[in-house]
Design a protein around this ligand. Structure first.
Ligand SMILES: Cc1cc2nc3c(=O)[nH]c(=O)nc-3n(C[C@H](O)[C@H](O)[C@H](O)COP(=O)(O)O)c2cc1C
Length: 384
């Protein structure tokens, strides 16, 4: 939770102190087990059931704070019931479960793509027992029936399943985003997606997304929601492969030295808090273009459609070598954010009716980042 420069300076000192064991320590800090679900072996080792194979790929979907709120039931021999684990929602920053529902949309799109690549049509019934409002409840989010189709229709986006990332690093300020690359993102889900690299809009969105970050951080209940989800270092990430993972040798050395703690990160007067803010100021000001998704209303079906569109845009970014980073703070529905939420819709020219901006993402060229942790598919099953 410090700027990278300072992180490395402190870590270098810690490494000198650790001495000869340092290299060995550095080599063992990658949370390999937490990333195992990204390995093709995770699918190859499953029992022979097309539903399980597709689920094992759908759980690689982007989802808010990597909470992975999905639970599955295998029903009969061709159907999956998908539920929300209600304890995995984000009540402070996502009071109406809108973003959690978008994550389910991302999941369902990957499920359909994975089924198709395996020769099955996934017939998806959304909220078959009704749309829960104002929050999700114990009713199924979707029931999905697998029906055999002959030859799988090719979907080039699906080939990027394993290199899709939410890239949370600063982007390269020397590399503008070419118009054709931005157009490829929009083309992945043209009905809902808009994008722009117009300099005035980019400047305004950089400033707005950072202000929104500051509001979330300055509002204790929303900030603490994130702090509670920090997983610092390999042992914590592997014990709970979800939430906000801060992995690698440097954070772990800092944590061991007592310089990186949840308490410090939570305290607005701490150095760690000031350094985190400085880090996000930098990150938020390196957006080189923005993409956003707009739905005609804000029903659960709209939110699921936004999720299905978002994962396609994110896959298209991977396909074109672009990085994409959702920056959702200004879209959130708690009272302290409403000024920025209003400013955002004005800036994007979204009409002030039921139309809803569901996603906003920073686009550019970022460094290569590893895949994020996942719970293995078998841990998300519940008995039928
Ligand atoms: C609806 C939604 C909102 C998100 N908002 C943010 C955000 O505000 N900031 C952020 O860093 N990532 C955001 N993300 C990305 C998730 O943190 C990310 O998908 C998750 O950590 C898993 O990582 P992966 O996408 O690289 O697999 C969002 C994702 C979704 C689906």
């Amino acid at each position: 939770m410090m700027s990278r420069r300072r992180l490395f300076a402190v870590a270098a000192g810690a490494l000198v102190a650790v001495g000869g064991g340092a290299a060995a320590f550095l080599l063992t800090r990658e949370p390999h087990a937490a990333r195992a679900p990204w390995d093709p072996a995770a699918v190859a080792d499953l029992p022979d059931d097309a539903r399980l194979r597709a689920l094992a790929l759908a759980i690689l979907a982007p989802n808010p704070h990597n909470r992975q709120p999905w639970l599955f039931e295998l029903v009969g021999d061709d159907t999956i019931a998908v539920y929300c684990d209600l304890d995995r929602r984000l009540p402070e920053t996502d009071p109406f479960d809108r973003q959690i529902t978008i994550g389910f949309g991302c999941f369902l799109e990957l499920l359909a793509m994975a089924a198709a690549a395996d020769g099955y049509a996934a017939e998806i019934m959304l909220f078959p027992e009704g749309e829960p409002q104002p929050r999700l409840d114990g009713r199924p989010v979707a029931v999905v029936r697998f029906a055999r189709i002959g030859a799988p229709p090719p979907d080039p986006l699906f080939g990027h399943l394993r290199d899709r990332r939410s890239n949370k690093e600063p982007f390269d300020m020397t590399r503008p985003v070419p118009a054709e690359a931005l157009a490829a993102l929009v083309a992945a889900a043209p009905d809902l997606t808009r994008a722009s690299a117009a300099p005035d809009l980019v400047d305004a969105l950089r400033a707005l997304t950072f202000r929104a970050f500051e509001i979330e951080a300055a509002t204790p209940r929303t900030h603490l929601e994130s702090i509670r989800l920090l997983r610092i270092g390999k042992a914590e990430i592997e014990a709970s492969p979800d939430g906000i993972d801060i992995g690698g040798a440097v954070p772990e050395l800092l944590a061991t030295a007592g310089l990186l703690t949840r308490e410090a990160a939570a305290d607005p007067t701490s150095t760690a808090f000031a350094q985190t803010t400085a880090m996000y100021r930098e990150i938020m000001h390196t957006g080189m273009a923005y993409a956003w998704l707009v739905t005609p209303g804000n029903t659960r079906a709209d939110q699921l459609a936004a999720g299905r569109a978002w994962v396609r845009v994110n896959l298209a970014a991977a396909a074109t070598g672009l990085s994409a980073h959702p920056v959702s703070q200004a879209l959130q529905e708690y009272p302290e954010m409403q000024g920025e939420a209003q400013a955002l819709t004005t800036l994007l020219g979204v009409p002030a009716d039921a139309t809803r901006v569901q996603m906003l993402a920073r686009i550019g060229y970022g460094p290569t980042v590893p895949p994020s942790p996942r719970w293995p598919v078998e841990t998300r099953m519940r008995p039928a």
